[in-house]
Ligand binder design. Structure first.
Ligand SMILES: O=C[C@H](O)COP(=O)(O)O
Length: 331
């Protein structure tokens, strides 16, 4: 199992006086709060890229990436996402940076364009197989229309969510309430992820892929997101243990990393029970649960929460800037 570094934007609200001073300085210089936010974020990401450049270079661009999300407010705006990704990529100016773009229908269209410009992408918020396939196709289409002769500097990760899928499925299975439905609780997310890996292997092999590989292209790595169990009755390493396979990335929140180091089982599980996974996937569908609808439900839910967090950060920065500014004026 290989791990790529994915660094999230820090919670500026909770940070110390130095950040507050920076905010005030930018506001005093005439920046509106959102421009000040992006300026601080770009600086943080540049500093993190410098830390990871060594890993990036040593692994020939396989690892050592830093992920920078475009504004969640652009999730349904294809052109806006393309422009934001180009601008942020240019501002950061490091090959380590991944532009993090959500897999909404509108943003999947923007991914193709962004990749064709040679910009690396972390495609996020993938909750179902049809969306995952569309993300892979955007990557392949983007690489095919990329003007660069050597494609080795462009790369991508596809963040497939796990535990949140079980939360939604489990609720639906409980509502159905039959013995068969209840037996399927806690099995759907891993089954779907196992099938996602099969899809990954199929799409990144064969003549179409080989033509790109001959131009130096890198496979888009499948990345497991949301790996911490949300249901406390499931073992804490359940998802990490179940999804170990070559060329994948596991995102590990600190408590999951500690649990895995303490009692995780390092063994190739991801393709050990493919037909069982297919049976589980079909059985859930047969009960009337539509996987794509589960995916869109989750996509809206998580995007809403990202947008709220983004607004909260801006609001919090605004308040801090105003408090400090008026305090400084009175001393
Ligand atoms: O990057 C996203 C996280 O992996 C999401 O995890 P979560 O579902 O526990 O919030």
């Amino acid at each position: 199992m290989s791990t790529c570094s994915v660094i999230e934007v820090p919670g500026i609200c909770g940070s110390g006086t130095l950040i507050c001073d920076d905010i005030v300085e930018l506001v005093e210089a005439g920046k509106d709060i959102e421009s000040a936010y992006w300026e601080l974020v770009v600086k943080d990401i540049q500093d993190t890229c410098k830390l990871l450049e060594l890993i990036y270079n040593e692994t020939d661009g396989e690892d050592g990436h830093v992920s920078l999300a475009v504004s969640p407010k652009l999730a349904n705006d294809t052109k806006g996402t393309i422009e934001a990704a180009k601008w942020l990529h240019n501002m950061v100016g490091s090959p380590c940076v991944y532009m993090k773009i959500p897999a909404t229908d509108e943003s999947i269209s923007s991914m193709k364009e962004v990749i064709s410009l040679g910009i690396s992408v972390n495609a996020t918020l993938i909750f179902c197989l049809p969306k995952y396939e569309a993300v892979i196709d955007a990557y392949l289409d983007g690489l095919e229309s990329c003007g660069m002769t050597d494609l080795s500097k462009v790369s991508s990760a596809a963040a497939f969510y796990i535990s949140r899928v079980d939360v939604t499925l489990d609720k639906k299975l409980e509502q159905i309430g039959t013995t068969e439905a209840l037996d399927l609780k806690g099995k759907g997310a891993v089954a779907q992820a196992v099938l996602a890996y099969q899809l990954y292997q199929k799409k990144f092999s064969g003549p179409r892929w080989e033509r790109l590989e001959n131009r130096g292209a890198k496979k888009q790595r499948l990345m497991w997101a949301s790996t911490n169990v949300k249901n406390p009755s499931y073992p804490d390493t359940f998802y990490v243990n179940s999804l170990i396979g070559p060329d994948t990335i596991s995102t590990l929140p600190v408590q999951v990393l500690q649990a895995f180091m303490d009692h995780g089982i390092l063994s190739r599980t991801l393709d050990a029970k493919v037909s069982e996974a297919q049976d589980i996937y079909n059985a859930i569908e047969k009960l009337g649960i539509d996987w794509s609808s589960v995916g869109s439900e989750l996509e809206h839910e998580v995007l809403d929460s990202f947008t709220k967090s983004f607004d909260n950060v801006l609001e919090c920065m605004q308040k801090k800037a105003m408090n400090i500014y008026s305090f400084q004026k009175h001393v």
